[in-house]
Design a protein around this ligand. Structure first.
Ligand SMILES: [Zn+2]
Length: 96
């Protein structure tokens, strides 16, 4: 089932749960959630790709295991023009 992300609407002051957004798993045919389960404030669905959170990059979403699972390769800058792979498939180092 797809994961949907919801966040407080601009007209709602929100609470800890919906200010940062929360994820809900439900069928595409199910009605979208319109209010926060915590504060009952108005929420809106955030544009999201199924099973992939659009949340701002965080420690969780950028964890190496997640990166690999999503089929991405991640490189970190090792020096001027040189990059070292930290996750995923691909050459171990890149250099310009
Ligand atoms: Zn809330």
């Amino acid at each position: 089932m797809p994961i949907y992300e919801y966040r407080r609407s601009k007209t709602s002051s929100g609470c800890d749960v919906c200010v940062d957004g929360f994820e809900a798993v439900h069928k595409m045919s199910d009605p979208r959630i319109t209010s926060c389960p915590e504060c009952d404030g108005e929420v809106e669905r955030v544009m999201s790709v199924a099973s992939f959170s659009t949340r701002e990059p965080s420690a969780t979403t950028l964890a190496h295991a997640n990166v690999e699972k999503k089929g991405f390769t991640r490189y970190e800058r090792a020096g001027p023009g040189s990059y070292v792979k930290t996750a995923g498939n691909g050459p171990t180092t890149l250099s310009r």
